[in-house]
Design a protein around this ligand. Structure first.
Ligand code: PLP
Length: 482
């Protein structure tokens, strides 16, 4: 039985925890926000956090830790080799995933580095439900190619499909037949597909993918970074799993995979990562790269304090009351925005709420970066920092032409257990005002455009004086400067 608690009639998500440590926030006046945004080159990555009110840039390394996690940090064993902390963490992973071997790494992309170096060769093809930025880079660096085999539903902004993160089995089989199984070292399943809105896959889909992998003798690798959200969605949305515990669902998933890796900046709410497998042969192949790139085998670049907290965080992930807060708050935010006619990706996923900038500012052409413009505008009117996930995050092609993204999204991440209901509603309120005044929002153009990762470091300016007009209207309507 689902244990989610709601206030009667109101569908208000209810936290099953209380706040015992707080951090003061700073909400600077709108004129200062305009100045800060322009000094940051209209790029939310370049804002200083002291100028940010609610930081919804990412859920990476920003999740709140529990009292038990903080307490566990005190018993960390600092030894370089043979640390007890490592054995406690390894035992927890064995208990949860049933995998005997654990290779620690400093974060998720470090796991991808190791896995790619060992398994990806020039000409390799890696099928997956959807790519993640760092995953794709590591595979490409090793000479491999990423092929996404998602169902058509995955890229629809408005949908009621419960599992938009599923692999399309027919497309997967066709791809394997075309490329030849010998060129496919592994199939990668990403839990809670990050870039398409934190959308989950079903346990049934994972089973079908496993069958295909067995038939062709291909390994199955799970990116479990966003596993907590995916577990919760399976429990809530997959009929066959509704009577299973989170622990049982986790084990059923893990038993289907050959290798599981994760970013502990998300899973377990700490900072770190690691690779798990039950195969001694696979562990052997990857093991030697850990001391070379990460650190000795019993810490892998992680602080032992974080490792202790991770063991506790993983245990807490098995508790529905601990993992429901993120998805339920996001669902509430999406529902409120939909109710007000504001375009958002549906159904609600994990990690954050994704506003559809293509529809929100449909008068801003794609070459003027509608999602970037909306993220800048939202910061100016609210102090909320979101992340552009659209054309700005793409790279130009070899001839210097823009590659238009098929979605223009502003991601408002809700780090797990961090924000309160009223902070979420404040954001909804400011988005509503912005939507009513959306015609005031104009486009952006580059003033400094780096060749690689331009979304991290690039600087832009508004194409007109639209930001000044937006601030004038804001002050008129709010009768103040906050
Ligand atoms: C964040 C993330 C990664 C990379 O993890 P880092 O700890 O940021 O290096 C890989 N895969 C997915 C799905 C992620 O969300």
């Amino acid at each position: 039985m689902s244990k989610i608690k709601f206030y009667q009639g109101n569908n208000l998500p209810l936290e099953m925890h209380k706040v015992r440590i707080i951090q003061k926030l700073n909400l600077i006046p709108v004129d200062q926000r305009l100045k800060a945004m322009s000094e940051a080159g209209n790029n939310t990555f370049l804002l200083r956090n002291r100028d940010v009110f609610l930081d919804m840039l990412t859920d990476s390394g920003t999740n709140a830790m529990s009292d038990n996690q903080l307490a566990a940090m005190m018993q960390a064993d600092d030894s370089y080799a043979g640390s007890e902390t490592f054995f406690r963490l390894e035992a927890k992973l064995t208990e949860i995933f049933g995998t005997r071997f654990f290779l620690p790494a400093h974060q998720g992309r470090a796991c991808e580095h190791i896995i790619s170096k060992v398994f990806v060769k020039p000409g390799s093809v890696i099928p997956m439900n959807y790519h993640f930025t760092t995953t794709k880079s590591h595979i490409t660096l090793c000479g491999g190619r990423v092929e996404e085999v998602f169902a058509d539903e995955a890229l629809k902004v408005k949908s009621d499909h419960p599992f938009k993160g599923n692999i399309d089995i027919d497309k997967l089989v066709d791809l394997i037949e075309k490329e030849g199984p010998e060129n496919i070292p592994f199939v990668r399943m990403e839990a809670g597909t990050n870039l398409i809105g934190g959308q989950p896959f079903s346990l049934e889909n994972l089973r079908q993918v496993r069958e295909v992998c067995d038939k062709y003798g291909i390994l199955l690798v799970l990116d479990a970074s966003l596993l907590a959200d995916n577990l919760y969605f399976i429990k809530k949305r997959e009929e066959a799993c509704k009577d299973m515990s989170i622990r049982e669902i986790t084990r059923a998933m893990a038993d289907l995979c050959d290798i599981i890796y994760f970013s502990a900046r998300k899973l377990g709410c700490v900072r770190g990562g690691g690779i798990c497998t039950d195969s001694p042969e696979l562990a052997d192949k990857m093991r030697e790269l850990v001391p070379l790139y990460e650190g000795f085998l019993t810490y892998g670049g992680m602080s032992v304090r974080e490792m202790e907290a991770l063991a506790v965080g993983l245990e807490e992930t098995m508790d529905e009351d601990m993992i429901n807060q993120g998805p339920e708050f996001i669902a509430c935010m999406v529902k409120e925005l939909e109710r007000r006619g504001i375009p958002v990706v549906t159904p609600a996923g994990g990690l954050g709420c994704h506003v559809d900038a293509m529809a929100f500012v449909d008068h801003v052409p794609q070459h003027q970066y509608p999602a970037g413009a909306l993220a800048a505008a939202l910061y100016i009117v609210s102090g909320v920092r979101g992340m552009e996930r659209g054309t700005l995050s793409e790279q130009r092609d070899e001839d210097g032409n823009e590659v238009f993204s098929n979605m223009e999204l502003v991601r408002l991440a809700l780090p797990r257990r961090v924000f309160t209901y009223s902070q979420v509603m404040y954001t909804v309120d400011r988005l509503t005002w912005l939507y009513e005044n959306r015609k005031l929002i104009g486009g952006l153009r580059f003033v400094e455009e780096p060749k690689v990762l331009r979304f991290f470091f690039g600087r832009l300016e508004p194409v007109s004086d639209w930001q000044i007009k937006l601030v004038e209207k804001f002050k008129e309507d709010f009768g103040g400067s906050l």
